[in-house]
Design a protein around this ligand. Structure first.
Ligand SMILES: [Zn+2]
Ligand SMILES: [Zn+2]
Length: 221
């Protein structure tokens, strides 16, 4: 008995019984997606996807999450995620992209990354909870200690808003005087024989008329 042959209605190439078209002529679905958008807080490293701030280990992880929301189909594979170097510059907009395989075709989905400050961090920065830690004639290890200590409170939005070298030492401007005071207590224990001076200085008044003090702490070795 002669085997029946089947042909592609698109190009006439021979196809198998189960195929409707050949591989090249098969009608394919377009990938439906919206441009994905991620916000990055330059202060606490949190990432925002669809108005939710959260913590991710890597940008790739955040991109995968964002793609889930921006691509309509669930039936796709990510082959590559390309992320440019993210600099901590407020207002910076970066274009990342993901290569997606969907219905046997490759698509490129753009992902915008905006560098900004999350609401929690900008609130803390606005609160005038200021303190100035002054190191005078101190060994570099003390300065390192300050930076390492603050690093541990980054999650809570604690930050050194300004660090400058001045005559005879350096000044650290803190956005959280409670943490600064705790740090100073630790430093007193860790680096004895250091001159330590604390002074609260009338700074400004808040909306309800309460007086806000700026805390100055001086260390001299
Ligand atoms: Zn064909
Ligand atoms: Zn933040």
């Amino acid at each position: 008995m002669r085997k029946r042959t089947y042909f592609c209605p698109g190009c006439g190439k021979e196809i198998t019984k189960d195929e409707e078209f050949c591989f090249d002529c098969k009608p394919r679905d377009e990938l439906e997606f919206k441009e994905a958008n991620i916000k990055f807080c330059l202060n606490c490293d949190k990432l925002n996807i669809l108005n939710n701030w959260g913590r991710f280990d890597t940008f790739e992880e955040a991109v995968e999450q964002a793609l889930k929301k921006s691509i309509k189909s669930k039936d796709y594979d990510i082959t590559e995620i390309i992320i440019p170097e993210v600099e901590r510059k407020p207002g910076l907009n970066l274009e990342a992209e993901a290569k997606i395989i969907f219905d046997e075709q490759e698509f490129t989905v753009p992902i915008e990354i905006q560098v900004t400050t999350c609401p929690a961090c900008s609130k803390i920065n606005d609160q005038y909870l200021e303190g100035i830690l002054q190191l005078r004639n101190c060994k570099p290890e003390i300065s390192d200690y300050v930076f390492n200590y603050v690093e541990k409170f980054k999650d809570k939005g604690v930050n050194i808003n300004n660090h400058k070298e001045v005559v005879g030492g350096e000044d650290f401007v803190f956005n959280n005087k409670k943490v600064m005071r705790r740090l100073a207590q630790q430093m007193k224990r860790k680096f004895p024989h250091t001159e330590f001076k604390e002074a609260a200085q009338h700074f400004s008044q808040d909306k309800d008329g309460r007086v806000i003090y700026r805390l100055n702490i001086l260390f001299r070795q």
